[in-house]
Design a protein around this ligand. Structure first.
Ligand code: AMP
Ligand code: MG
Length: 504
């Protein structure tokens, strides 16, 4: 595996022997976490690793196959100066207050220098699946290989799509058995982010009526990740405003690429506006706005169409928790009011780009809604449609044929295409330019469930090559990759039976 060139001088390159680990989160009062050690796993092996995430922290990628790397990122070996801990938080799950949760199977190792990361210049390393914690509740503190690979691939795929997300450094596996619906084996995913603080971290102190701890946490987040708000009249209102904005924009990105998170509980919402906690997620294939990717979500609370409003609901939950610090209901509501316009603005901007439109017009919304209507009616593959649309040439109706073929109701497509064509002509759109611009925003390769499934089944038989191959394809989602054309194929029939649930 060849590492990409790091974005800073290589004399900053760290090796496993001198990874300079600190732990800014551990400086918080002890009530915020429990210091503990990971529980080792027998005979761990490397399943996959991301060179670009290694580069973010200046880690020499040639070391990923070493014993030191594998043992460290399984939790069997502790880096000097690391103060491993699990954080406490609470949250609303499926709209209901769930009380205390916490890192039930996540252990923060600490933070390492990441010179290009703004503003902290550091990234935290967290093991997921490294054993029991005081917050494990009924769980076993472990993660299975299947879900660890899914989290790894999707984190890296989302980053490559330009969507704010936590990253993944690697997955290691062990033959230790873990019981789920069936016997599976244990794995550890190493996640990387500036912070894993969640909306639920704030709700925890609010609902426990510990307003001094609430303030301590908010000050920690502001000082480390939003330092510019320190000088604001009301730093906590500034924090809520920014988190609301980032959340709205993140979800606009999800909608535009067809990503469904699956479990948008407030304990899975990042205070940095990152996509966090990949569980039963999915990417939209045959378009259906009411699609529910999580088999456990019977009510469809987190369906594709509801994600934007749930994002807002979650921001209100955060607003409630921050109210004692902001000090005023009107000020809190003012911060939250930006959600809807921020979402609409970002989503429309992304949709214009997806359609290759250069100008903003009053009836854009109508054009988008009309499109979603016909995609829904014919259950057209979301990714294929937008990628194909870039091939349309205004004066050549032949170029419409492959698109028409995607629709059961061709007349409906023709009617929409007429409006779209008129719109392109009106802004003097140039075919070749538009195609280049559209290909740069409409991915050809996404993490389809069946692709993940194929890679997982091979990995379960100790062949990890397909995971690494899929990562390589998904790292360049916008590129034509003629040799990897099959990774853009529609799901095979057997994929209809794939179900993903909260079991992981
Ligand atoms: P999730 O639905 O994965 O976001 O998890 C909700 C809560 O349950 C979090 O506090 C997790 O840390 C915890 N949890 C989930 N699975 C396990 C497990 N296998 N062992 C311990 N805790 C878990
Ligand atoms: Mg979670």
């Amino acid at each position: 595996m060849n590492a990409p060139k790091p974005p800073y001088p290589t004399d900053h390159m760290s090796s496993m022997d001198n990874l300079p680990i600190g732990n800014s989160f551990a400086a918080l009062p002890p009530a915020h976490y429990t210091a503990l050690m990971p529980t080792p796993l027998p005979n761990p092996y490397l399943v996959c690793a991301s060179a670009s995430t290694a580069a973010l922290i200046g880690l020499d990628f040639s070391e990923v196959d070493t014993e030191a790397f594998i043992e460290t990122f399984t939790g069997n070996r502790i880096l000097d100066n690391s103060k491993p801990l699990s954080a406490v938080y609470s949250g609303h799950q499926f709209g209901v207050w769930a009380g205390q949760l916490g890192d039930g199977r996540a252990i923060l190792l600490g933070d390492v220098p990441a010179p290009n990361v703004y503003p902290s210049g550091r990234l935290e390393l967290q093991l997921k699946g490294a054993g029991l914690t005081p917050y494990s509740r009924m769980g076993d503190g472990r993660a299975v290989l299947r879900s660890s690979i899914r989290e790894f691939l999707c984190s890296e795929a989302m980053a490559a799509l330009g969507i704010p997300t936590t990253r993944a450094l690697c997955v290691t596996g062990s033959d230790q058995i873990v019981m789920r619906e069936q016997r599976e084996t244990a794995a550890v995913a190493t996640r990387v982010a500036q912070s894993f603080v969640r909306f639920g971290s704030f709700e925890h102190w609010f609902y426990n009526e510990k307003h001094d701890e609430l303030k301590t946490l908010a000050d920690y987040v502001i000082d480390n990740f939003y330092p510019e708000f320190r000088s604001s009249d009301n730093p906590y209102k500034a924090l809520l405003t920014e988190v609301t904005l980032r959340t709205a924009q993140m979800i606009a990105h999800w909608q535009a690429v067809g990503f469904m998170h699956g479990v948008m509980n407030t304990d899975n919402m990042s205070i940095l506006g990152l996509t966090l906690d990949y569980g039963p997620f999915g990417f939209m294939e045959a378009f259906n706005a009411t699609h529910i990717c999580n088999h456990t979500d019977q009510q469809g609370r987190y369906s594709y169409a509801r994600q934007p409003q749930i994002g807002e609901w979650n921001c209100y939950a955060l607003g409630q928790a921050l109210l004692p610090l902001i000090g005023d209901v009107d000020e809190t509501q003012a911060a939250l009011r930006i959600y809807k316009p921020a979402f609409a603005e970002k989503f429309e901007e992304l949709m214009r780009a997806k359609l290759g439109l250069k100008t903003k017009q009053s009836d854009d919304r109508k054009l988008f809604d009309g499109l979603f209507g016909i995609l829904q009616e014919s259950h057209v593959d979301f990714t294929t449609f937008f990628r194909q649309l870039g091939n349309v040439q205004i004066a050549d109706s032949e170029t419409q044929e492959p698109l028409r073929d995607l629709f059961i109701d061709r007349a409906a497509y023709d009617a929409w295409a007429l409006q779209y064509g008129a719109r392109l002509q009106q802004e003097n759109s140039i075919d070749s330019e538009r195609k280049l611009a559209m290909d740069a925003v409409n991915p050809k390769y996404i993490l389809r469930n069946y692709l993940a499934q194929v890679a997982i089944e091979k990995a379960q038989n100790k062949d990890f090559s397909e995971v690494q191959k899929l990562l390589q394809v998904l790292e360049k989602p916008f590129d034509e990759q003629p040799e990897n054309e099959k990774y853009a194929a529609l799901p095979p029939d057997w994929a209809n039976d794939l179900e993903v649930s909260c079991s992981s």
